[in-house]
Design a protein around this ligand. Structure first.
Ligand SMILES: O=P(O)(O)OC[C@H]1O[C@H](OP(=O)(O)OP(=O)(O)O)[C@H](O)[C@@H]1O
Length: 232
C-alpha cells in the first residue's frame, strides 16, 4: 500500500526484513522484486543523457530512500566484486546517482572512497577529485545504471588525469545499449552484477520481470528492445 506525498511520488512502505550482509549472495530475482517495489521501473516517454527517447526509464536514485534496499544493491555489487577477484585501492561513484552506492561499497569492503565532481568549484581547493589518494593507485568505478557507458568514460578520464589508474567499472543494471563494447575501447573492463543476458539486472531481464507482473506484453517487449537498439 502506498500514500501520496507532496512531490507526487508515493511513500513506499519499507519493512525491515533481513540483515543482508550476513546472508548468502543476493539473488537477482530478489533484487528485482525490491527495485520493482521501490518503483524504479517506469514506462512512458523519458529522455536519456544521450538525448535518446526511451519508453522505459530505470531510476535507481529512488533506492537511497530505503537504507535496506540501498544496502542490498551495494552488497550485491560487493558479491560480484569479490567473486571477480579484481584489485583496487579506491572506490569512486559516477556522479551523482551512484554516490550512495559507492559509499556503501567503500564501507562494506573497507576500501577508501574518492569523489569525482561533475564540475570543479570556483572556490576552495577547486579540485575535481576529492579525498585523499596516492598517485599510481587503482580506482574501481561504481555506477548505478549504464546506458552508453559515457558517464563511466568521463569519470575514468578525469581520474586518469590525476595519475590514478582505472581498469574496472561495475554497475547494478545494464540497459544493454552498447556499454560493454564502448568501455572495452577505453580499456575498461565492465562488470555487471550478473553476466547472463537473461538476468533480471539487464534491460531484457527487467522487461521479462515486468511481463511476469502483467505490466508488459511480449509484443511490447519486442518493440522496446527494437527501439533501444537504434543508434543514439
Ligand atoms: O551510460 P550513460 O549513457 O552515461 O548513462 C548512464 C548515466 O545516466 C544516469 O546519470 P545522469 O546523467 O542522469 O546523471 P545523475 O547521475 O546526476 O542523475 C545514470 O545515473 C548514469 O550515470
Amino acid at each position: 500500500m502506498t500514500a501520496a506525498t507532496a512531490n507526487g511520488n508515493h511513500a513506499i512502505e519499507d519493512p525491515v526484513v533481513t540483515k543482508v550482509q550476513d546472508a548468502s549472495p543476493i539473488q537477482e530475482s530478489t533484487l528485482f522484486e525490491e527495485l520493482y517495489h521501490m518503483q524504479c521501473f517506469r514506462t512512458g516517454e523519458f529522455f536519456l543523457k544521450s538525448g535518446q527517447m526511451t519508453p522505459i526509464y530505470i531510476d535507481l536514485r529512488r533506492i537511497m530512500s530505503s537504507p535496506r534496499v540501498l544496502r542490498m544493491a551495494a552488497q550485491a555489487m560487493c558479491d560480484k566484486i569479490l567473486s571477480s577477484n579484481i584489485k583496487f585501492d579506491y572506490v569512486v561513484g559516477v556522479p551523482y546517482a551512484a554516490l550512495p552506492l559507492a559509499t556503501l561499497v567503500s564501507d562494506i569492503l573497507n576500501v577508501p572512497m574518492l569523489m569525482k565532481r561533475k564540475e570543479a568549484k570556483a572556490y576552495g581547493t577547486k579540485q575535481l577529485i576529492e579525498g585523499v589518494y596516492q598517485p599510481g593507485g587503482t580506482v574501481l568505478l561504481v555506477e548505478d545504471v549504464v546506458t552508453s557507458g559515457e558517464s563511466i568514460r568521463e569519470t575514468a578520464e578525469a581520474i586518469r588525469k590525476e595519475n590514478l589508474k582505472v581498469t574496472d567499472a561495475i554497475a547494478v543494471l545494464d540497459r544493454q545499449q552498447g556499454a560493454v563494447c564502448n568501455l572495452a575501447e577505453d580499456n575498461l573492463n565492465f562488470l555487471r552484477y550478473y553476466d547472463e543476458i537473461s538476468s533480471f539486472l539487464t534491460m531484457e531481464g527487467v522487461l521479462d520481470g515486468l511481463i511476469t507482473k502483467n505490466e508488459m506484453t511480449e509484443e511490447r517487449k519486442r518493440q522496446i528492445i527494437e527501439h533501444l537498439a537504434k543508434p543514439f
